[in-house]
Design a protein around this ligand. Structure first.
Ligand SMILES: O=C(CO)[C@@H](O)[C@H](O)[C@H](O)[C@H](O)COP(=O)(O)O
Length: 229
């Protein structure tokens, strides 16, 4: 391979820019349009599939928030920042009623100490043990639905009586079939980025459902969604 071809392989964008800036911009724009179209299609399909369960989960969460529940969110990599965004939406909304919510991935001192000292698969479950009460809520975000640290934390949360919710991708992985989840919203895509975009939408819909319920008068004891009829 010549030096020129090798440079093309390593730096395709730079070479394309040098050779044909117009073609590069056209390709990038076409690629972005195609991804945006797929993202929109996937978000519509996900809302069609999960709209009603999201509403049901939001009603159960609102009932718990009325009773003083706290929400814990967690995920790895890009899903850790999505978990932080979700906790921030619930606890510091631009409008609506703020509720207690934390991302368990946000404190680097805690996460690195737990990962280093006791094992990475325990970084979230140890925090559930430290902080959670039975009335609380756990939301785990995973594009694969398979991450050990999330599954361990969901099992711990289930054992302690928390409401457990999963955002998954692909075919839902272990989250979709686990008895440790009350709700699992699977985004049916093979693209991590498209899954994460739809997870953001599911999070916003869930928050909206909670806010709609909290805006209503508190139900009487015989009207709660979880009580005897
Ligand atoms: O895709 C991104 C960022 O967008 C990665 O950082 C990704 O989140 C990481 O590989 C995670 O460790 C994947 O874990 P999970 O979503 O399968 O639970």
């Amino acid at each position: 391979m010549s030096e020129r071809e090798d440079t093309n392989f390593l730096y395709p964008f730079i070479d394309a820019e040098e050779n044909d800036a117009g073609a590069l911009l056209t390709d990038l724009a076409a690629s972005a349009r195609s991804k945006a179209a797929e993202s929109a299609r996937l978000q519509r399909a996900s809302l069609d599939e999960w709209g009603d369960p999201i509403t049901a989960a939001g009603a159960q969460m609102a009932e718990r928030f009325r009773a003083g529940a706290r929400l814990y969110t967690f995920g790895n990599g890009g899903s850790s920042t999505d978990a932080a965004t979700l906790a921030s939406l619930f606890s510091r909304p631009a409008r609506g009623r703020p509720v207690a919510a934390w991302s368990l991935a946000a404190d680097q001192a805690v996460v690195t100490a737990l990962g280093n000292d006791v094992g990475f698969e325990l970084i979230f479950s140890r925090q559930i043990i430290a902080h959670a009460k039975p009335a609380d809520i756990a939301i785990a975000l995973s594009t694969s639905g398979n991450s050990d640290d999330l599954m361990t934390a969901l099992a711990e949360a289930r054992k302690r009586g928390l409401l457990t919710v999963g955002f998954a991708g692909h075919d839902g992985g272990r989250m979709a079939t686990s008895d440790d989840l009350d709700f699992c919203f699977t985004i049916r895509s093979q693209s991590i980025h498209r899954i994460q975009e739809s997870h953001a939408l599911v999070g916003y819909q869930l928050w909206s459902a909670v806010q709609n319920n909290l805006a209503k008068p508190a139900p009487g004891p015989r009207e709660t969604t979880g009580g005897p009829r």
